[in-house]
Design a protein. Structure first.
Length: 273
């Protein structure tokens, strides 16, 4: 891959983040069957899958850094979704974050080492939560199901629930699903609203894009990115900020105003089994 192509692909890291997000769309531990709606069931199956793979971090000092941000975002976002948001650290090599139907948000531990400031992390999490509020994963899985009936053919014969079929698709596509650029952009804008209400400078997401663009390719983590160029997402955010100056005007676009984000090196992690 050429330098330009690599840069362009890295620009879309957030998009990428979400691909995986979609892929893993997870769930929360909840009573099985009764009382669970389809989104919860899908989420539960992904949660179980991640747990079975030993990826879910049960305890780590990193939670101390994540929790205040997650709590502030939850306070703002929760009224817009009908299942409780829950944030879990997961251990994967690629810096990433992904939300799944049912309210779970999974944050890859290495993302906490990758972000330079609190606003970049908050922006990423606000974006992911927005996918859940918009029901983007379910919508995408429904499209996939139509396209790939053969993949779920065997499952259909067994007569599982629709949620189960969608979850199979979701789990199987963990690292290859893609939202459209418009869906990503919509999550960016809603995410910036949530971040602003939660008190985090919504320019954090823009700064994250800029860091990807400006970084030397060999200094970047290996983000899976083959999205189309998403400069227009930055443009859309900036336009949204301009058009809603009463909300966004009080935040500085200067990354020098950011709150540095510190995490303990080599934090020990215990995994949920
Ligand atoms: Zn996304």
């Amino acid at each position: 891959m050429g330098h330009k192509a690599l840069r362009s692909s890295l620009l879309n890291a957030i998009g990428v983040l979400c691909l995986v997000a979609v892929a893993i769309t997870g769930g929360q531990p909840a009573a099985e069957g009764q009382g669970q709606d389809e989104e919860q069931q899908m989420g539960q199956e992904v949660f179980n899958e991640l747990k079975a793979k030993g990826e879910i971090v049960e305890s780590s000092p990193l939670y101390e850094q994540l929790r205040p941000i997650a709590d502030a975002i939850t306070r703002v976002a929760q009224p817009r979704y009908n299942h409780p948001f829950k944030f879990y650290l997961v251990h994967e090599t690629q810096p990433n974050a992904f939300a799944t139907p049912g309210g779970n948000v999974f944050v890859v531990d290495s993302l906490l080492y990758f972000v330079k400031n609190t606003e970049q992390l908050a922006g990423t999490l606000c974006h992911e939560v927005s996918h859940t509020i918009h029901h983007d994963t379910v919508t995408l899985m429904e499209k996939q199901q139509k396209i790939e009936k053969r993949e779920v053919g065997a499952a259909v014969l067994l007569g599982p629930s629709r949620a189960h079929i969608l979850a199979i698709l979701l789990i199987g596509k963990l690292h290859s699903l893609k939202y459209s650029r418009d869906v990503e952009s919509r999550a960016d804008l809603t995410g910036s609203d949530i971040c602003a209400s939660a008190g985090y400078n919504p320019w954090g997401l823009v700064w994250l894009f800029q860091d990807f663009k400006n970084a030397q390719p060999d200094q970047l983590p290996q983000l899976l990115s083959d999205h189309p160029d998403d400069q227009h997402r930055v443009d859309a955010l900036e336009q949204h900020f301009r058009e809603n100056a009463s909300t966004f005007g009080k935040f500085s676009p200067d990354a020098k105003s950011a709150q540095p984000f510190y995490v303990p090196k080599n934090a020990p992690e215990a995994f949920l089994r």
